[in-house]
Design a protein around this ligand. Structure first.
Ligand SMILES: [Zn+2]
Length: 400
């Protein structure tokens, strides 16, 4: 089939006026001007009219488990208090609630034009009850802070639940909730099964204080629940991570807000990984400024996430792009769209397969109305409604 649109934004080369994309099954076969595409490609034409046709957005970090917690936890001064609050809220939820939450999250992400999502779930055993509408990387989120002797069993049980899905990975939660052994086991599995890894790292001041100084609210809280604290008091969370883990492009690291001068030195020579930045969740917690430009200059691939609705108001990556632009005057609207498409694809190891409209890429597309008098990329980042037309894997999805 051929899809024609007033403007096509392929995310490589310039936007195309009166453009078209040819699709065969789940893949894009050609992109260009409509008059040229229709000469060389066969199939029916779908005319989207005065719209911008672009790659679907890519959310590199979220937890759909907590879609139901929207608005339940107010911004708190302490990250440890937030963890206590979310634990209290989680204790009220049943397996049914989590399934509803995940399904509601998918529907909401879809309404906001997301076609690919990295979803961390604490309940990999529920995945088989869910039919995901979007291209999903399921990450089993693993915590062994209360039972570190079970590290291997926890990781292996998650793999058992995850192996029925096409795209999956492992997410040892964070260095303060996952033991060194749990991280090591996840790395072993990642190598054996060739799957991605993600984790939360250097997110809050309290995490920094805990590891570097062996004090603060997170240190007290975790000590209280019985975590061995012998890895605290010597180095920053990032330094601990780089020293003890096998770093590389298989890792998508969420947050990385707290990095000091020594950390930057380590990063300059460390193998590169991907960084998922969640601008609005970052604002919710009032974390230290995110070092976007410095990390980019060091060669790290920055992509965007929404995090969960326990620290955000909705799952719109358009809103994340706007927040990013508000905080980062050096970033252009075009670069923001690149971060939400091309960079996300790179993080999943899908360069040229996702995040761009090019021959051979998956047909994951969205269309947005044109606002007259606005530049194309300003138009995209300024989009505040829900997306009415979307294609995932060559299938047109009805508006959710
Ligand atoms: Zn998270």
């Amino acid at each position: 089939m051929i899809i024609r649109s007033r403007i096509v934004v392929p995310m490589e080369g310039e936007p195309i006026d009166n453009g078209a994309v040819a699709i065969s099954r789940d893949k894009i076969t050609a992109v260009g001007r409509f008059d040229e595409i229709k000469l060389h490609q066969s199939g029916e034409t779908l005319d989207l009219g005065d719209q911008i046709l672009m790659p679907g957005l890519i959310n590199a970090h979220c937890h759909l488990d907590y879609t139901m917690l929207r608005g339940k936890i107010p911004p708190l001064r302490s990250f440890a208090d937030w963890i206590r609050s979310i634990n209290t809220e989680k204790a009220k939820l049943t397996a049914e609630d989590y399934i509803d939450s995940i399904n509601a999250g998918f529907a909401e992400a879809q309404r906001f034009g997301t076609t690919t999502i990295a979803n961390l779930t604490a309940f990999p055993d529920l995945i088989q009850t869910i039919e995901e509408p979007l291209r999903t990387w399921w990450f089993g989120e693993l915590i062994d802070v209360r039972n570190p002797e079970q590290a291997d069993r926890i990781a292996d049980a998650a793999v058992e639940s995850l192996k029925s899905v096409t795209r999956w990975g492992l997410a040892p939660h964070a260095p303060f909730t996952a033991s060194a052994r749990l991280y090591a086991r996840c790395e072993e599995i990642s190598r054996q099964k060739n799957v991605l890894l993600t984790t939360h790292l250097a997110e809050s001041r309290e995490e920094m204080q805990m590891f570097r100084d062996a004090n603060g609210a997170a240190f007290s809280f975790l000590k209280e629940i019985g975590r061995p604290m012998d890895d605290c008091g010597a180095e920053t969370p990032l330094s601990l991570f780089i020293r003890t883990r096998t770093i590389g492009p298989r890792w998508i690291i969420a947050h990385l807000n707290e990095i000091d001068a020594g950390d930057f030195e380590l990063l300059s020579t460390a193998p590169k990984f991907h960084v998922a930045h969640c601008p609005r969740s970052h604002g919710f917690f009032a974390h230290a400024p995110f070092a976007l430009e410095r990390l980019r200059a060091l060669g790290f691939n920055i992509c965007l996430g929404t995090d969960s609705l326990a620290s955000n108001s909705n799952l719109s990556l358009f809103a994340e792009m706007r927040e990013l632009l508000r905080k980062e005057p050096g970033v252009s609207p075009e670069q923001a769209v690149e971060i939400a498409t091309v960079n996300g694809a790179d993080a999943f190891g899908q360069r040229n397969l996702l995040g761009r409209i090019r021959p051979g890429a998956y047909a994951d597309l969205i269309a947005l109305p044109i606002s007259p008098g606005t530049g194309v990329f300003e138009n995209i980042v300024g989009f505040e409604k829900t997306v009415s037309w979307m294609m995932v894997n060559g299938e047109i999805l009805s508006a959710a």
